[in-house]
Design a protein around this ligand. Structure first.
Ligand SMILES: Cc1ncc(COP(=O)(O)O)c(C=O)c1O
Length: 390
């Protein structure tokens, strides 16, 4: 029998504070909300949710979700334009399976979500990264590249980006959606942090541009309810959805996650999702402020823009090779994610990603103190960055 370790130690070495981890903290996973929803779902005594599901996803669930999204986005959302996925990762993987061929090109932001790069690699796609600035993807730079290379797909995280925390401006969103039509590529927007704005409400989501047949919005319950649900959705125009609903995977297995969506439906219909998002914002906002203050105190050389939502601080330590820093940090029982992971051209080597989502304030402080120790004068010599790309 396994010894009964605290659950966090199953994934982390004992005593490690992993400030790179972008998971929600265990205390914010809504155990009671899901227990009640599951009990209510079973109490309906309708076994339909244990049957193979409709390819597009259960209609009641999509109606409840569309109602929530219409309010949250302040835009009408049609349940017939929603498609249930196994989370944003599952949605992205399915899109790659159905709309790309090995050897085709994907444009991404520099930096981008490092695990999306893993999915693109699984599909044999060539990745080209496009420069970003404080307002996210530089759309003029994208347009310049489009004149040379035709990507099959462009993947962006427009709001409170992972890892940079940046939000794409409204003007750039509109132009990006236009370019998808003009140059005939699929614009895939991963909007998983859209609802987690603490000091700023984001512009209209890319979901608001999905009347364009080349634009797809991916979203998920992972950051706003629980990642273990493996439940998400995408929003797109009907002809594009037909390609998804008609695919072999769904023909054989039926719609994705009918069991989980029936339970989550109970929560969404009763306003539990909106309430949970408020609860999360109330918990994350002070942690973000705390990490900001602690970074100034313990890592005064750190350069960053204070994020306004999401989970991450994107920190530059000028001249420090953060991949080497990581190895040293791990021996001090603190971890981080080096910038190079988020680069598609082996750059960003003096950046690092820190997250405030997983730990309470005391551990954030202890982790940053340990990191500061690694950056003491002696260590700095051995941590010089050599790569000039960023
Ligand atoms: C930008 C981004 N997309 C997707 C995911 C994964 O989402 P899901 O759990 O819905 O697959 C994450 C999780 O960190 C993320 O940051």
């Amino acid at each position: 029998m396994l010894p009964s370790l605290p659950i966090t130690q199953i994934r982390l070495p004992p005593g490690m504070i992993d400030l790179g981890l972008g998971d929600p903290s265990f205390d914010l996973l809504p155990l009671d909300l899901l227990r009640q929803a599951a009990a209510d779902c079973f109490a309906r005594r309708d076994p339909a949710f244990l049957q193979y599901g409709l390819e597009q996803g259960n209609g009641h669930f999509r109606a409840a979700l569309a109602d929530f999204l219409s309010r949250a986005y302040d835009l009408p959302v049609d349940p017939d334009r929603l498609f249930v996925t196994g989370g944003a990762s599952g949605g992205l993987d399915l899109l790659c399976s159905l709309f790309t061929r090995p050897g085709e090109t994907v444009f991404v932001e520099e930096p981008t979500y490092f695990l999306a790069l893993r999915i693109f690699a699984d599909h044999g796609l060539q990745v080209i990264s496009i420069e970003t600035d404080a307002e996210g993807l530089i759309v003029e730079a994208l347009e310049d590249r489009l004149k040379e290379v035709r990507p099959r797909l462009t993947y962006v995280i427009p709001t409170f980006q992972n890892p940079s925390g940046r939000t794409l401006s409204i003007e750039r969103r509109a132009r990006l959606a236009e370019l998808a039509g003009e140059y005939d590529f699929l614009l895939v927007a991963d909007e998983v942090y859209h609802f987690l704005g603490y000091t700023r409400q984001p512009p209209t989501p890319i979901a608001g541009y999905t009347q364009n047949k080349n634009v797809i919005s991916l979203n998920s319950f992972s950051k706003i309810l629980a990642p273990g649900l493996r439940l998400g959705w995408l929003q797109a125009e009907p002809t594009l959805l037909q390609r998804l609903t008609g695919c072999g995977l769904l023909d054989s297995g039926g719609g994705l996650n009918p069991f989980t969506s029936a339970i989550v439906r109970e929560i969404v219909e009763r306003g539990g999702l909106a309430a949970n998002i408020e609860r999360l914002k109330t918990a994350y906002a002070p942690r973000l402020a705390f990490m900001d203050t602690a970074l100034r105190r313990y890592l005064p050389a750190a350069e960053y823009a204070r994020p306004e939502g999401g989970f991450f601080f994107w920190v530059r330590l000028p001249g420090i090779a953060t991949a080497a820093l990581r190895r040293q940090a791990q021996t001090h029982l603190v971890d981080l994610r080096p910038g190079v992971l988020f680069s598609s051209r082996n750059g960003l080597d003096d950046y690092l990603r820190l997250s405030f989502s997983f730990y309470p304030e005391a551990e954030i402080e202890a982790g940053l103190q340990r990191l500061a120790k690694c950056l003491s004068k002696e260590s700095e010599q051995s941590l010089q960055a050599t790569d000039k790309h960023r």
